[in-house]
Ligand binder design. Structure first.
Ligand SMILES: [Cu+2]
Length: 315
């Protein structure tokens, strides 16, 4: 018995040693955001919109950490703002009443959480009426990379796309409840990645590259049916978790407040529009053209955000 105990003890010690030999110690990230009620460009013509944003950006900045990391978050609501704002991180598992409460102009709020689960998560303002704070642009994406980088194939290129409904009159909350959206948009712009539209851009890739699209649906109400025209998703990872792997998917539904990560490998040069196959959305703005060619340049995670085009001259 004694021997068994010491053998067990030795195993535990070895286990402990192995545990300390794990790669990359968890990090702590200070993430600070400022609620900004400001105008942003939403169309290639330079048309602007009275948005509510995190850091003046629609969507807000991408937060990227590794599974097990700690996020120390602070939201500032400057006294120059008119409305209360809040922050709800879907990557966190913490008390909502205390941490996600709305703060008035002139106040700040801080909280800390550990990103325990790998994946892709939504963040958004939760101040009432939440439907309006989301519709006006207060949302973004959190990527929690898996601690084990070999949990999935390495991507050659990565993009973040956040879908949302756009309501031309930002003050008409009833149209939001009635689902009477004017456009459906990716990354805060109408046909933002459509090269045939004035001021529109594209998403670049080279033939044979594994392109990883981190796709978040901000809503506030509509479901997305995310589909690559001319291609098939090699893999879809529900909530962006490498454990939730699907193969050979044509269209995958992402509900409001949800997210999934999509891998596509286009072997041939050409144009592959990424759309919501809910056509009222695609034909009113939610088309992002993945342009595959040998000269594709490196690009940021969320190209053209903020969208800097010449503003429309005042009438
Ligand atoms: Cu808000």
């Amino acid at each position: 018995m004694k021997r068994m105990r010491s053998a067990l003890g030795a195993m535990l010690v070895m286990g402990g040693l192995l545990a300390t030999a794990q790669p990359a110690a968890a990090k702590t990230h200070e993430v600070n955001m400022t609620a900004k009620e400001t105008e942003v460009v939403v169309e290639g013509s330079g048309e602007t919109y009275k948005a509510w944003t995190f850091d003046g950006q629609f969507p807000g900045p991408v937060v990227r950490v590794t599974e097990g990391d700690t996020i120390k978050f602070t939201l500032e609501n400057p006294k120059t703002n008119t409305y209360p704002h809040a922050m709800d991180f879907h990557a966190a598992e913490i008390d909502f009443l205390k941490n996600y409460r709305a703060i008035n102009p002139g106040e700040t709020i801080s909280y800390t959480f550990v990103a325990k689960k790998p994946g892709l998560f939504f963040y958004h303002c939760g101040a009432p009426p939440m439907i309006q704070h989301v519709a006006r642009g207060m949302f973004g994406a959190v990527i929690v990379d898996p601690k084990n980088a070999k949990a999935w194939p390495k991507a050659d290129r990565e993009y973040v796309l956040v879908q949302s409904e756009f309501f031309k009159n930002p003050d008409d909350v009833q149209t939001m409840f009635d689902r009477k959206f004017d456009n459906v948009i990716f990354n805060g712009g109408i046909f933002k990645y459509h090269p045939f539209v004035t001021g529109g851009g594209k998403l670049d890739a080279k033939p044979g590259e594994r392109v990883r699209i981190y796709f978040v649906n901000a809503g506030p109400n509509e479901f997305s049916a995310f589909h690559p025209i001319g291609e098939i998703w090699d893999n879809v990872y529900e909530s962006g978790n490498p454990d939730n792997k699907l193969n050979g998917v044509q269209t995958y539904v992402v509900g409001p407040g949800s997210a999934a990560t999509f891998d596509v490998v286009a072997e041939s040069a050409g144009a592959y529009p990424l759309v919501t196959h809910s056509l009222t959305g695609a034909l009113r703005g939610a088309i992002a053209v993945l342009l595959v060619g040998p000269d594709a340049k490196p690009a940021p995670l969320m190209p053209m955000t903020p969208w800097e085009v010449a503003p429309k001259p005042a009438q």
